[in-house]
Design a protein around this ligand. Structure first.
Ligand SMILES: Cc1ncc(COP(=O)(O)O)c(C=O)c1O
Length: 398
């Protein structure tokens, strides 16, 4: 398997790999030591000199976080905001969009549960129409169907790049090209793809992009980010404003700030923000291209080997696939598989069917086990994991 970075160096820099086999990177990845140190050092500074004073002391480093996030997605820092998670980032943009009754929003079967719940509320509030784009033969969003719906007219395309419940990587740049051709606002959820595959807003041609810190970026929990392009800054008023997002200009007036930080709030998790910056710098330093290749290769190997076990079925779809592997063991409940593996210090999670109503039930699938690999995982871990799943499948069939 090709690695253009030192696997032993990244494992040495990841304290958690000595403790657990961690295949729950789509939940929350093991952070590198530099992220842990950055967060702890700032918390220590806050406890030593005071929270406001600590923030003032590191203000240049806090500003640099926006530059780092900008580098991650190919944007200028004034287009980046740091928010508490990907969901709130997405909400701040989409709930602030000036929808009118009858506006059509195009989404896909892979859309994230919270985004769909929000769309349903927006449908109730504003009378928007939600149109689900079908999958193509590979199981990715069908570009022909998307184009046909764009021709019929739409206000927004809102899709997820890489779903929470499978290996699929949707053709986000091709979607962006079509959205641009039809002058349609494009919101892209990169929560699972940030840190997993290269991202460039010029190639993706999205107006809004939302992500989280703790997953493939290996940042701290409770951190997220948002890119707002020129059209987003022009069109979207955040649903909530405060003294950070706007200025109180006279007793009865206020002015919303011009940059993407209008989507933030004043009080924030400073240690986490610095940790997010450290995680992005670490990822960019190793290189997203080589780590993306390794994640895809490890994912493909895990998929193949799990799929060759009698009684195990792998359920990932898509022409391009990443590090998230979903599977079922015949006759064994996904939660039981998850718990049995956990008892052996092997971390996975489950993908509940109720969290993927446009996809899993549509394919006749129940809740699945989700094993998500990162570039710091190694072949020995895959061997051990496959053997443990094989044992569970065998025990069941005895
Ligand atoms: C595709 C996708 N979008 C959004 C989210 C929400 O992210 P957060 O928990 O940071 O709000 C998740 C979380 O699993 C996700 O997988």
């Amino acid at each position: 398997m090709p690695t253009e970075f030192s696997l032993s160096a990244v494992r040495d820099a990841t304290p958690g790999v000595d403790e657990v086999l961690h295949f729950n990177n789509a939940g929350s990845a093991l952070p590198p030591q530099i992220v842990l140190d950055t967060v702890v050092d700032h918390l220590t500074l806050e406890a030593t000199i005071g929270g406001y004073e600590a923030a003032a002391e590191v203000s240049a480093r806090l500003d640099a976080v926006y530059v780092s996030l900008g580098h991650l997605v190919g944007a200028a820092p004034e287009h980046m905001a740091v928010v508490e998670n990907a969901t709130r980032a997405w909400d701040m943009a989409v709930y602030g969009y000036p929808f009118e009754r009858g506006d059509r929003v195009l989404t896909s079967r892979a859309e994230y549960v919270s985004n769909v719940i929000a769309m349903l509320q927006l449908r109730k509030r504003h009378g928007i129409e939600i149109v689900v784009i079908e999958d193509d033969v590979h199981g990715q969003l069908d570009l022909d169907h998307l184009e046909a719906e764009l021709v019929r007219g739409a206000s927004m395309v809102a899709i997820t790049h890489a779903p929470t419940n499978g290996g699929l990587i949707n053709p986000a740049a091709a979607v962006g090209a079509l959205a641009e051709q039809h002058d349609t606002f494009y919101v892209l959820d990169v929560c699972q793809s940030a840190g997993q595959v290269p991202l460039d807003v010029d190639e993706l041609r999205c107006d809004v992009l939302t992500g989280t810190g703790r997953k493939y970026l290996r940042g701290p929990r409770g951190t997220g980010f948002l890119y707002a392009g020129p059209r987003a800054l022009e069109r979207i008023e955040p649903p909530f404003l405060d003294l950070h997002a706007a200025e109180w200009t006279s007793e009865s007036t206020y002015e919303i700030r011009a940059d993407a930080r209008r989507f933030e709030n004043w009080e924030t998790y400073y240690a986490g923000k610095l940790g997010l910056g450290a995680a992005v710098d670490y990822a960019l330093d190793i290189g997203i291209e080589p780590t993306a290749a390794r994640i895809a290769a490890l994912g493909a190997r895990l998929r193949d080997e799990l799929g060759s076990i009698d009684g195990v079925e792998v359920h990932d779809k898509g022409a391009t696939r990443g590090g998230i592997v979903t599977f079922a063991v015949d006759g064994v409940d996904a939660e039981h598989v998850h718990r049995s593996l956990l008892e052996q210090r092997m971390n996975t999670s489950t993908s509940p069917a109720g969290h993927a109503r446009l996809d899993l039930p549509h394919r006749g699938l129940p809740t699945l086990v989700r094993a998500s690999v990162h570039y710091y995982n190694d072949d020995e871990e895959i061997d051990r994991f496959v053997a443990a799943v094989g044992e569970l499948a065998l025990t069941r069939s005895r």
